[in-house]
Design a protein around this ligand. Structure first.
Ligand SMILES: [Zn+2]
Length: 121
């Protein structure tokens, strides 16, 4: 359940941004979440709704985009998407290159967890 601490950090930054911009209300929050974070968007939304009660972000909509993981292989220089054949049960799964099965790879996408923008009024 690392969703709770991550959701808290996301809402903190949303509220800080809303305050800086003198927002009366946060209408919508656009978030990007990498698939490798194994975060559950439904659960995140539920936590957002709960912890924003009584703040300017109460009742905001959440647009959560899931980012597919991408890697660069250091061995065969494959670059692109990887696929998972089973659901992620671990926070940091072992990722291998789909071309040469080597684990010497760089993850270039799929670990993000950030607020892209917010819509305020
Ligand atoms: Zn490779």
């Amino acid at each position: 359940m690392h969703e709770i601490s991550i959701a808290g950090a996301i809402i903190d930054s949303v509220l800080e941004c809303a305050k800086k911009n003198d927002a009366k209300k946060v209408e919508e929050v656009f978030i990007e979440i990498g698939e490798l974070t194994a975060l559950n968007p439904g659960q995140l939304k539920f936590i957002f709704e709960t912890i924003t009660k009584g703040t300017v972000a109460e009742g905001a909509k959440y647009d959560i985009k899931i980012v597919k993981p991408q890697i660069n292989c250091r061995k065969c220089s494959y670059s692109g998407n990887i696929e998972f054949f089973e659901k992620l049960h671990f926070f940091l799964p072992i990722i291998k290159c789909p071309e040469c099965s080597d684990a010497d790879i760089d993850i270039i996408a799929g670990r993000e967890c950030c607020v892209k923008k917010i819509k305020i009024s």
